[in-house]
Design a protein around this ligand. Structure first.
Ligand code: IVH
Length: 690
């Protein structure tokens, strides 16, 4: 922590700098220093609050003096242009992978191959943690971050610079901590993007609260985060980076660990657990130590990586087509435990689908206490041949979520009963049905209280009606008290009723009523998404809203007209028509009308056929339209917005800073229009040559 005495001193120091340029530069350096202390060194000096104050001051100064903003300023991590798919970049050298080893024999074989390759010399090894995340290559030129790329196929990867710039642990500009250690002209850094386990669990809770599926492990959520097209969303994901590879043509290093030390001195995050081993026995100790202690780390590792330390020796050993001969990944085995299966409970999802859950005697496995584990469906229970009172084996591989892998049959009591499918819904007692063509069992009661709770969560979630202040506990109480029987009932709640809900007082009740009231004017696509029709995600909901512009019209749509829409296949079209043919829908519609809901598309653009059957690609940053608006417009005119340019593209609309798509269009002879020309086309003032 920065002491109280130091904090005002810094404030005073910068206040004396009457010239904003100097203050701005001092603030940038100071913020970058704190980023480095927090992310690279793990020794923060100031509180989040004080950090935010510094940031705010810089932001205020920069908005008063926009001419002083530079791209490497810490305020410029999030660019204002949406990424529209990722351009492919060729790596400066192949991004190799690693050979794997799983046991002592593999490791000593590796050592023998190395010693042979070095003609009898026994090397020093750098022993490192194997971070379980997504591989990354950073390029710095003259100390500035110019590119970040995924590994891809090793030759070419995705350019994810805009997303990586948002990570506070990555310096946009390298600063040396000693004068002699200035950044080299060109620097390539290899590392791993990862998520800490605690951050991942919090992220997953949020996913679930928003009605989305939880992810199996931190690695999947890193991969998903890096694929987001909007860098401002990426900036909200708790991503971190650790660097483990150094390469600079103009500043070669004698050893791998010297390279890592240099990266650290430049402010890049490197692992503090790396050790140099002089013998293969020390390597094995390192591997075994971390296999036993992996759960003490706040992040997932799936092994250790062992690299010949001397660069000269690395060169002598060389590489195969995929992996270097001088390194090996020593993997860990999956973590296992056994415990008592106390019984099976059921989760009822939004659509009434029952998911069996193993209720376990709590057991410690891989850093977490496991009390429950999903059994997915009854086919899985049959496959595992589970009986009540079984001792079961649990495993946690790369996934944080543990799996039941089987029963210890020898320990089964003689009269133990097999776990079988329930005959009726364990929550509400209604009949069950098997979903056609699927293994899932579904409760037939549309008002099953658990299903209704999940529906309300979805209805109120951020992508749907976004009702603030409606947490899962409140939803549980509203349903349990019988105040809400289906999501729409939220709109008929009175402040008096809310006062009977635990945790509500006058003020919070009024606040929720206001939030619910505001939700009535949500755009049509959000309402459609909130209905929870099977297979209708946010993007399909947007297409439906734009195409029909009116919920009642959508409800009457024929299956054929739905199937003709972009991104709507027969399965989705079927689910939509099924949804709107139920009694519940008719009762819901009446209630929506009574609650005075906005059922028409308030953003509706005039419908037409000007772009009938055309595939349109939008690229660059536009001035007159947001990305969503232009996509709506294209859809409303019968066109199909598409992400990449091909021979089938009818035309491209290009704004400022359009990149590779423009080149591709030119090479394929696809017409390119400005925004103004696009408008002229819609007004019928120009025509496309066909
Ligand atoms: S070195 C040429 N070091 O593991 C050497 N990789 O299974 C390339 N990984 O693709 C990799 N921690 O994504 C290296 N300390 C570490 C690592 C590490 C995690 C990942 C990396 C690589 C994969 C290979």
């Amino acid at each position: 922590m920065l002491t109280a005495a130091l904090r005002p001193a810094f404030a005073q120091k910068i206040r004396k700098m009457a010239v904003p340029k100097q203050e701005i530069e001092a603030l940038r350096r100071e913020i970058a220093r704190h980023d480095r202390l927090y992310y690279a060194d793990g020794t923060p000096e100031i509180s989040d609050f004080d950090y935010d104050q510094l940031f705010k001051r810089l932001r205020d100064l920069e908005s008063a003096h926009p001419e002083l903003i530079t791209p490497d300023s810490v305020t410029q991590r999030i660019g204002d242009v949406l990424t529209e798919g990722f351009a492919s970049v060729k790596h400066p050298f192949p991004m190799l992978s690693l050979q794997n080893s799983y046991d002592l024999d593999d490791i000593s074989e590796f050592h023998h191959r190395v010693v042979n390759g070095l003609e009898g010399d026994s090397p020093e090894y750098s022993c490192e943690l194997k971070f379980d995340g997504v591989s990354l290559l950073l390029t710095y030129e003259a100390g500035f971050l110019i590119r970040a790329a995924t590994r891809g196929d090793g030759e070419k990867g995705d350019n994810i610079t805009a997303n990586i710039r948002t990570l506070k642990g990555i310096p946009l500009r390298l600063s040396a901590d000693q004068d002699e250690a200035s950044p080299p002209k060109t620097l390539f850094v290899r590392g791993e993007v990862y998520m800490r386990t605690d951050d991942f669990l919090a992220f997953n809770d949020e996913q679930v609260a928003e009605g989305k599926k939880p992810l199996a492990n931190p690695r999947n959520s890193v991969a998903g985060s890096l694929k987001l097209l909007d860098p401002s969303l990426v900036s909200r994901r708790p991503l971190r980076v650790v660097c483990y590879g150094y390469d600079s043509p103009d500043k070669p290093m004698p050893s791998h660990v010297d390279g890592l030390a240099f990266l650290k001195s430049l402010g890049l995050p490197v692992s503090s657990e790396t050790r140099v081993a002089k013998t293969i026995e020390e390597v094995i100790d390192f591997w075994q130590k971390w296999e036993a202690q992996r759960d003490t780390l706040p992040f997932e590792i799936d092994g250790v990586v062992v690299k010949v330390n001397s660069l000269a020796q690395q060169r002598k050993l060389g590489i195969t087509s995929r992996a270097p001969r001088w390194a090996i990944a020593c993997k860990f085995s999956a973590r296992q435990a056994t415990t008592l299966l106390n019984g099976v409970s059921f989760q009822v999802g939004r659509t009434g689908v029952l998911t069996p859950v193993a209720e376990l005697e709590p057991v410690f496995l891989g850093g977490i206490t496991v009390k429950r584990a999903t059994l997915h469906n009854f086919d899985e229970i049959r496959r595992l041949d589970l009986h009540y009172g079984d001792i079961v084996t649990l495993e946690r591989g790369g996934d944080v979520i543990p799996k039941v892998t089987g029963a210890v049959v020898e320990k089964r009591k003689r009269n133990a009963k097999a776990i079988t499918e329930p005959n009726s819904c364990p929550v509400c007692g209604s009949a069950l049905e098997r979903v056609h063509g699927e293994v899932a069992l579904r409760c037939t009661n549309p008002q099953d209280p658990e299903a209704v709770k999940r529906q309300i969560e979805h209805f109120a979630s951020r992508g749907a009606l976004d009702i603030a202040g409606l947490g899962s506990e409140t939803i549980d109480s509203l349903v349990d008290l019988g105040l809400v029987k289906e999501p729409i009932d939220l709109f008929f709640l009175t402040p008096k009723q809310l006062l009977s809900v635990p945790g509500f007082a006058q003020k919070s009740a009024e606040k929720l009523i206001v939030a619910v009231e505001e939700a009535k004017s949500a755009s049509l696509d959000r309402l459609i998404f909130g209905l929870g029709i099977r297979f209708v995600g946010e993007s399909t909901a947007r297409t439906l809203a734009t195409q029909f512009g009116d919920l009642e019209l959508l409800a009457k749509a024929q299956i054929e007209s739905l199937e003709n829409l972009p991104d709507v296949g027969p399965r989705v079209a079927q689910a939509i028509t099924e949804y709107f043919s139920t009694k519940q829908w008719r009762s819901l519609l009446a209630k929506l009308q009574r609650a005075d809901f906005q059922l028409k598309d308030t953003n509706a653009v005039e419908r037409g056929t000007k772009l009938e059957g055309m595939a349109v690609v939008v690229t660059g940053s536009l001035e007159m339209y947001s990305r969503e608006e232009i996509e709506r417009t294209i859809l409303s005119q019968g066109g199909k917005p598409s992400g990449s340019v091909s021979k089938k593209t009818s035309f491209v609309v290009a704004g400022e800073k359009a990149g590779s798509k423009l080149e591709k269009a030119a090479s394929l002879g696809v017409p390119v229009l400005t925004e103004e020309q696009f408008n002229q086309l819609l007004r019928g003032e120009i025509k496309l040559d066909s």
